[in-house]
Design a binder for this molecule. Sequence first.
Ligand code: FDA
Length: 391
Amino acid sequence: MTEEADVVIIGAGAAGLFCGLHTARRGRSVVVLDHAKKPGEKIRISGGGRCNFTNLHTAPENFLSANKRFAVSALKRYTQFDFIEMVDAAGIAWHEKTLGQLFCDGSAREIVDMLVNGLAEAGGQLRLSETIERVERKDQRFQVTTQNGQIACEKLVIATGGKSIPKMGATGFGYQIAEQFDVPVTQVRAGLVPLTFTDQDLDMFRQMAGLSVDARVSGGETSFREGLLFTHRGLSGPSILQISSYWAEGEAICVDLLPQTDLAKDLKTRKRAHGRVGVATALAEHLPKKLATALVGAETRNLADLKDSEIDRLSAALHNWSLKPAGTEGYRTAEVTLGGVSTEALDSRTMEVRNQPGLHFIGEVVDVTGWLGGYNFQWAWSSGWAAAQAL
Ligand code: FDA
């Protein structure tokens, strides 16, 4: 026998749970399906277990998409301050860590519980461990077949996220459904992801694994100043994750290892005052010694023995360290998937596919990707809320 519901949402992650809760609050019968055993697993592990649930400074400029204007409507109609109000009403304590990033004081589970309990209290149903076998359109309705039976619904929402972290249940399911219904999908790739060194750079920097510095990392017109971490395979840390979303294979990135210092000026002053100090030792005042030594290579002279033009060159090398990453660590460790269901096919107010009435895509599966810092969850909340108003 086929069960009936007003709305079926596939994916019980951030966007799906949030959309389900708001849809149920509007009095619609909602079933949220997920193949995972637990809901909101990415929320649970996010922000080091504390969930960076939004960012105070959220604005459309913090998102990448083929259509930079697409996110404007949803972000404006359901803002970071609306979500903060909900978190406050649930009694969840939070703090700003840095750069407007808001985290739970306690645990990310509080956010998952708020969404799951909110969905249940509003009368929505959550069904886990559901294998979606088929999605079909029958007359004006959708029919979703799982291993447990069939559900017919008037509206279908795809909230299955991107491909990042397949170990946690991420699949390309949303893109397959898009293809089935002739909805275009832009090219997808890993974003907010560590970059890997070429073999040559790896030989040079292998010893640096674990070191972190403050850096400004640039790629083209875009730059981010945050922490940079040397890893066993390449570079990570917030500044690298941010720039990875703008990086394309074969391109170089430029790293300013001393964004807070005018190195040439400092070294020239020291050369005149106390020139009998080794270059690596002088640099070690600004950078971890191991890194300073690796960067100056065979340079064993004292500062006093360097011409000012040599100091300028050395300084430029550290302020503009240009390197070509070999690649990224891929979906295995990426926080997000760039690209996705083309915004051209969607109504930005409702997330509905223009030529497939009743079919909506929300959250990360859509070609809207936020910076690191709570922006991706805010997109999940805003796009989920926008869809819920139309379901
Ligand atoms: P999400 O991935 O959350 O949910 C999709 C759901 O669909 C999952 O429950 C999955 O099981 C289900 N699903 C997939 N395929 C299915 C299928 N075939 N059948 C049924 N169900 C299926 N962002 C941020 O703003 N702040 C942060 O602190 C972090 N931290 C962070 C850490 C880590 C390690 C990662 C990997 C990511 C983050 N993010 C983040 C990004 C953030 O987690 C992400 O953008 C959102 O979870 C996206 O929400 P969605 O609901 O769209 O997808």
